[in-house]
Design a protein around this ligand. Structure first.
Ligand code: G6P
Ligand code: MN
Length: 440
């Protein structure tokens, strides 16, 4: 098999080592000749270059490594592009989380008005990025983790409908790994059926091939009996501990499906706001945690040439997206949750919604499955409203429309108040400055 050239867009991200390590662990199925780190932030890219160089040397890999902010250098000849950019960096993540909170609304990077703030910032750069790949590496696969995924997927559905791009999120695999760790199942035996929007969905069944039955009913009983504990790799992380525990709260009230933990922002926004601390949101925790560790580690390697190990475990994040690449390269038809234009996958939902459903991934890309049954009204109602809100937000970008943005904000499913929607929209226009298109 040809050795692959892999470009990581957003190379400076603290998730890069996890992706690279997963590729290094899979050299039999995914042989790589070169990694390229592409980032507009030269300092972060150089920190990551230093760490990855150290990883390659330490594990004695003879693989090329390039850092660049030039798209032509980054993409020409690339076979895979892993995209994980964060437009505006951690500073703007703080804005996304804190501005809505100031008005008593959910402050989160991908859900609620924070997600919409981040969305309007990300649409332009994502169109540019996919455009670069079309120009310099039209045959490359783009495996995308860039958030907010629903907004990104809706944008690329409109602008580059034929792009070789898979939009993925690691949340379902993280939930599944956590359930397995808590209750003693083996995820390798699972055939999961799930539907929703990104960070907004429900399991329909989890068939366990070793047990020969759907284990969702018994998992629901276990979730109701005691709060779900966070997985090993997030042990001691208060944010994730609360998020997983909330899954138990959700099933106490809505007992029929295992929920995505992110539904807490839509079902219990008031409780989430009460628990939030505007002085210390998730962005602050990430900055003082793994972001700081990356900076310090890079500096230590530069000064001493040693001690380049990172302390944090990367969880399933890197492995999941690398498994997708392996499945494409080796035509394995493994099953993943991915984000697609609906087109019948969820029969009773509008066809042009972007939805998250299972798909089989092979050499020609992904083949999503159809549920072939309607979803319940509660889920459908929530999804239809949220889809409309997301579409209005993308419309607002292309039409430079304040009105569309206001409608998107008002319809967002984390609250109901046109007055608050307008206040937060105006505050976010101010806070995002040139990151946002001009809204007239
Ligand atoms: C999960 C989600 C991602 C999200 C991340 C945030 O992995 O699927 O979409 O970006 O959590 O994690 P963080 O540690 O940065 O808060
Ligand atoms: Mn995600």
């Amino acid at each position: 098999m040809k050795q692959q050239v892999v470009t990581i867009a957003g190379g400076g991200s603290s998730y890069t080592p996890g992706i690279i390590q997963a590729i290094l662990d899979n050299q039999n199925d995914f042989a790589v000749s070169e990694f390229r780190l592409y980032d507009i932030d030269a300092q972060r890219n150089d920190d990551m270059y230093t760490i990855i160089k150290w990883m390659l040397n330490k594990q004695r890999f003879n693989i090329g490594l390039t850092q660049t902010n030039d798209p032509e250098v980054a993409f020409t000849g690339a076979d895979f592009v892993f995209s994980q950019i964060r437009v505006g960096g951690i500073e703007m993540r703080k804005v996304d989380e804190k501005v809505p909170l100031k008005y008593g609304l959910v402050g989160q990077e991908t859900c609620g008005l924070g997600g919409f703030s981040y969305g309007l910032r990300t649409i332009g750069p994502m169109i540019e990025l996919v455009g670069f790949v079309q120009r310099y590496a039209p045959d490359a696969w783009i495996l995308n983790y860039t958030n907010p995924e629903s907004i990104v997927a809706e944008t690329i559905r409109r602008t580059y409908p034929k792009a070789k791009m898979l939009n993925a999120c690691d949340m379902t695999i993280s939930i599944e790994t956590t359930l397995c760790e808590n209750y003693g199942y083996d995820r390798k035996n699972w055939i999961q059926t799930y539907y929703g929007l990104n960070h907004f969905g429900w399991y329909k069944s989890i068939f366990d091939t070793s047990l020969g039955r759907d284990v969702m009913p018994e998992i629901l009983d276990k979730l109701k009996a005691a709060p779900l504990k966070e997985p090993e790799f997030h042990r001691g992380d208060k944010f994730w501990a609360e998020a997983y525990a909330m899954m138990s709260t959700i099933v106490t009230d809505f007992p029929d499906n295992i929920p995505n933990n992110y539904l807490e922002y839509y079902l219990y926004p008031d409780a989430v706001v009460e628990q939030s601390d505007i002085e210390f949101t998730r962005a602050d925790a990430v900055e003082l945690g793994r972001e700081k560790e990356i900076k310090e580690t890079a500096q230590r390697i530069r000064e001493t040439g040693r001690n380049g190990e990172l302390n944090h475990d990367f969880g399933a994040h890197g492995q999941y997206i690398v498994d997708m690449a392996v499945s494409i390269l080796n035509n394995l038809h493994r099953r993943f949750m991915l984000i697609f234009p609906n087109m019948g996958a969820i029969p009773n939902l509008r066809q042009d919604a972007v939805v998250e459903v299972p798909a089989y991934v092979g050499a020609t890309g992904a083949e999503p499955i159809s549920l072939r049954q309607p979803i319940p009204d509660m889920h459908k109602g929530m999804m239809e409203a949220q889809v409309a809100a997301e579409k209005l937000l993308v419309d607002a970008y292309f039409d430079h429309s304040y009105q569309k943005a206001l409608e998107a904000f008002t319809l967002n499913q984390t609250f109901t108040s046109a007055r608050k929607a307008k206040q937060v929209l105006d505050a976010l226009i101010e806070a995002n400055g040139d990151y946002w298109p001009e809204l007239r």
